[in-house]
Design a protein around this ligand. Structure first.
Ligand code: AMP
Ligand code: FE
Ligand code: FE
Ligand code: ZN
Length: 282
């Protein structure tokens, strides 16, 4: 079984529509794929409607979280699988995070424009096309303006990585774990050792999150070195958490391919068995 539990569509910062995403998943030989857009379930209906026979669809999201006990607080991502999208608290959290994303992206665009960069909020907002707006959409405008050649370049420190970085007001990670569980979902810490993305949290926090209801850790991910993958596996073993692997596919915003990293069937079955929010489709 080929299982990829972390994929983005145009409902956030991926470049394939939800319908194109599930079709691409089937073409890539996946048996199971998860749609996990940033802070939204906006792609669920279209993905479900277009799901090819033979492809099982796990509906999920990737929540923008923060560990507020660190100084300064550390941003992290929590994958949430098979939760009830109508559960009021989690739904309100998602709405709030998307609104904040818009205000923050607009602010970044203002900072760039103040320095004479010829991009605009309507342009960036148009790239997001109603989905969760993110820095990759601003990167797209920078590419269009000829200032950088790739999304990755736009994340360099002189652009969106630092000089024009504005933080989001993310969800407290403990609150997020509790909210996902309360909605019948299963929380998995995305790329917990991705040092190349910035500061990572200490094992102590992951222990506390495990005690609070965290279910798994994503070990196999392109942003983890082989040594980091092994560290994550060892930590998961010690804490009794499941281990996942996934592509974190973003279409042409990244180079990674669907199914490039995968989750073992046993881990997938445990996630499904622990979820009570919505069923796997297919
Ligand atoms: P945001 O959620 O708006 O803070 O933007 C972060 C998103 O940008 C992540 O979810 C990734 O999808 C993407 N991203 C981060 N770093 C890079 C990079 N170096 N190259 C391409 N995409 C990136
Ligand atoms: Fe992303
Ligand atoms: Fe992520
Ligand atoms: Zn992701």
């Amino acid at each position: 079984m080929r299982i990829d539990l972390h994929c983005h569509s145009t409902a956030s910062d991926g470049t394939l529509t939800p319908a194109e995403l599930v079709a691409a998943g089937a073409r890539a030989g996946l048996d199971v794929m998860a749609i996990t857009d940033h802070d939204t379930t906006g792609g669920w209906v279209a993905a479900a409607a277009a799901r090819p026979a033979g492809l099982r669809l796990v509906r999920g999201a990737e929540l923008s979280c923060r560990w507020y006990d660190a100084d300064p607080p550390i941003a992290l991502h929590l994958l949430a699988y098979l939760f009830d999208p109508a559960e009021p608290r989690l739904a309100a959290d998602l709405t709030r995070m998307r609104t904040d994303r818009e205000q923050r992206a607009e602010r970044i665009v203002e900072l760039l424009r103040a320095d004479g960069v010829p991009i605009s909020w309507p342009e960036v907002s148009g790239y997001a096309a109603g989905g969760s707006v993110g820095r990759p959409h601003i990167a797209q405008a920078l590419i269009r303006a000829g200032l950088v050649a790739t999304t990755n370049e736009a994340f360099a420190s002189q652009w969106l990585g630092a000089r024009y970085f504005v933080p989001k007001s993310d969800l407290d990670v403990f609150e997020a774990v509790r909210a996902v569980r309360a909605a019948g979902g299963v929380p998995v810490f995305a790329h917990p050792r991705a040092t190349r993305r910035g500061r990572v949290v200490p094992d102590r926090l992951i222990e506390e999150l495990a005690a609070a209801g965290l279910f798994g850790l994503e070990a196999d991910h392109e942003d983890h070195s082989p040594a980091e993958r092994e560290e994550v596996r060892a930590l998961a073993d010690r804490l009794g958490l499941v281990v996942t692997g996934s592509s974190d596919f973003h279409g042409t915003h990244k180079t990674v391919r669907l199914g490039a990293f995968r989750t073992a069937p046993e881990a997938y079955e445990k996630i499904v068995a622990a979820a009570t929010g919505v069923p796997v489709l297919g």
